[in-house]
Design a protein. Structure first.
Ligand code: ADP
Ligand code: MG
Lengths: 290, 332
């Protein structure tokens, strides 16, 4: 696209796609924006009216909002921590030559293919259930009191479930990066007298920097909107102990039939997501430059 | 100190024996070049010495002490890799400092050594750059810098110049030779390029399929190759091998004559032939002459000798420069 003419032509050709994508985003966004300034409750039909920032005021002053905000950050942060650390560890292990490497790798990737609702239900009923669950069985076998995970540590349990789902993704990306590590560099470091640990710290980790950034950015996008796992396990409870922003918006609009309040929550969620994105790009974005 | 001796060293990968048992002595301060065609096991031999591969059998001693099972870092050797193997996310300074840092050297001494190496290698202005921002030649120098700051007892080079362009290669060749003269440290240098071997080495080790064909100074190999392989490998352009009547006349299975040991004449000579391609380099002229009953013969004539495609010329070998080989390819 060297000449001005071909640039104009290129813009012209691109415009349908751009307009379509823009419309795709703008229409729902502006409708949400519009509803968020309306009194619009499905239980009170015919009473729609312009209420200004009242919906926002109610959403932001609701004590549930701060609990949900905190839970969202804990959920994202906790899952990121577990998946990045665990992913690096697994990638190091899977990078070693071993017998049955192919099958082991497929097994490690497998959780990623299980639907979130299914895996959350499996965890809830088969592992964490205080009566029939595997963990309860183990606890009883060891002579301890079974622990009711979802009742007493609901957020931790959900973090665990979600981390289990996302660990394969992190492992896969990090393993690919690990395999592109130059073996001559490793040998040079070996001759330079670097121990296994030093080689990991000074060569492997910096080499993985970019892959870790990719994992963090992509996972954050998905983790901010975790919903199914909460719905099928704790329903946001007990109280608001495992309610995140997404779940709060759902509860507002579909359990309390308050479309206006839910829309205001949705807009706030968009703003929060952008704030998180700006922070992330500030912190780790420079890793992506060449 | 940097004498290395290999005793019945062999290496197999699985069932494939890459290096059959071999013995080799490398004296302190020597510049030794391993040369041979691609895949003949030069890198493997170097990596055995470095400790990056385990021996299948045999023993290696460095400075008289047994180093067969020593870890690479304990052997006191430094290696320069073909791909340079610089650490991409560290600056040049940190790259060069890395072995010193790993050895826990005190920072003032580190700085002193880095400054010294940078000065020798003309890297002073580049110390704060990353390897990605350097040219090929500069990266090569950083790799050498990282090796010399450790003050090793011997340097190992694995085809260090093969990623550089021709002009730079000649320059770096001279710089490495200079470095050897200044440091007077043992250097082992691997290359497939016989010109590099001839120009740099004190001692050349010619390898072929893992076997050592011959060990000697460049001129020894040029003048007295022990077999046809060495004769053909050393010298450029390659030696002409002639079988049949001319060889029988001289009591050999085949004879070899270097292009520079043939005299060309327009009037008379032992063999008559027709000039094919001629390469005029100015100082020399290389002729490819198609001789009846012998085939293509390469000849080096003086630069003034002007011939055209298809002209007839006569060639005569200089009798005392002829190499004679028996049926097994060994020199007689
Ligand atoms: N890690 C290895 N596993 C199996 N075969 C190898 C390995 N490294 C080298 N080889 C084989 O050993 C032979 C010599 O290799 P190398 O020493 O790299 O040759 P050179 O450096 O002379 O070109 C080659 O045939 C190569 O295929
Ligand atoms: Mg090689």
């Amino acid at each position: 696209m060297a000449t001005a003419h071909s640039r104009t032509a290129a813009r012209f050709m691109l415009s349908p796609a751009v307009i379509l994508l823009l419309g795709w985003m703008i229409v729902p966004l502006s409708m949400t924006l519009y509803f968020s300034f309306q009194r619009y409750n499905l239980l009170m039909p015919g009473q729609e009216a312009w209420v200004g920032f009242l919906n926002y005021k109610y959403f932001l002053t609701d004590p549930a909002f701060f609990a949900a905000l905190w839970n969202t950050l804990m959920l994202v942060g906790g899952v990121l921590l577990i998946t990045v650390v665990g992913g690096i560890a697994l990638a190091v292990l899977l990078d070693q030559p071993m017998w049955g490497q192919g099958i082991v790798r497929i097994l490690v990737i497998a959780p990623f293919f299980v639907m979130p609702t299914v895996s959350a239900l499996v965890w809830k009923n088969m592992f964490m259930n205080p009566v029939n669950g595997l963990f309860a069985y183990i606890a009883k076998f060891l002579g301890m009191q079974p622990f009711d995970f979802l009742a007493h540590a609901p957020l931790m349990s959900i973090i665990l479930i979600v981390a289990w789902q996302w660990l394969p993704f992190a492992t896969l990306i990090l393993l690919t990066a690990m395999q592109s590590l130059d073996s001559e560099q490793q040998e040079a470091a070996e001759m330079d007298g670097a121990s296994v640990v030093s080689r990991f710290i000074y060569l492997t980790l910096p080499h993985l920097g970019r892959a870790i950034t990719v994992v963090v950015l992509i996972q954050t996008i998905f983790l901010l909107s975790i919903f199914a796992e909460i719905l099928v396990t704790t329903n946001g409870g007990p109280g608001y102990a495992s309610t995140n922003i997404t779940y709060l918006v759902y509860a507002q609009s579909l359990l309390q039939f308050d479309v206006g309040g839910g829309s205001a929550g949705g807009i706030i969620a968009v703003i929060l997501a952008n704030i998180v994105a700006i922070f992330l790009m500030r912190m780790v974005g420079k890793n992506l430059e060449t | 100190m940097g004498s290395i001796s290999l005793n019945k060293v062999s290496k197999s990968f699985g069932d494939v024996q890459v290096i059959p048992p071999l013995d080799l002595e490398i004296n302190d301060g020597e510049f030794v070049v391993f040369v041979g065609p691609s895949g003949c096991g030069k890198s493997t031999l170097l990596r055995l010495i470095a400790g990056l591969e385990d021996l299948t059998s045999g023993a290696i001693s460095i400075d008289g002490a047994d180093a067969t099972n020593a870890a690479p870092a304990q052997r006191g050797l430094a290696m320069v890799f073909q791909s340079y193997a610089l650490y991409p996310h560290m600056t040049v300074r940190k790259n060069i400092a890395f072995p010193l840092k790993m050895a826990g050297m005190d920072p003032a001494e580190q700085d002193r050594r880095i400054a010294g190496a940078a000065k020798v290698l003309n890297l002073t202005d580049y110390l704060d750059r990353r390897p990605g921002q350097l040219s090929g030649g500069q990266r090569q120098r950083v790799a050498i810098g990282r090796a010399i700051v450790r003050e090793p007892s011997a340097f190992l080079f694995d085809e260090p110049l093969s990623n550089l362009d021709a002009a730079l290669r000649v320059n770096m060749r001279l710089e490495i030779c200079d470095l050897h003269k200044t440091l007077a440290t043992t250097m082992i240098y691997v290359t497939h390029d016989q010109v590099e071997a001839m120009t740099m080495a004190d001692k050349i080790v010619v390898l072929h399929d893992g076997y050592i064909e011959q060990v000697g100074s460049p001129l020894e190999l040029y003048e007295n190759p022990v077999n046809k392989f060495v004769a053909g490998f050393i010298g450029s352009p390659k030696m002409n091998f002639i079988a049949g009547a001319p060889a029988q006349k001289r009591g050999a299975d085949s004879i070899g004559i270097r292009p520079e040991h043939l005299t060309v004449s327009r009037d008379a000579g032992e063999w008559a032939g027709v000039v094919g391609v001629s390469e005029h380099l100015g100082s020399d002229t290389f002729l490819h002459v198609n001789v009846d009953g012998i085939g293509m013969v390469n000849v080096r004539a003086s630069g003034e000798f002007r011939v055209k495609y298809g002209e007839q010329v006569f060639l005569s070998p200089i009798e005392e420069k002829i190499h004679r080989f028996d049926a097994a390819g060994l020199s007689i």
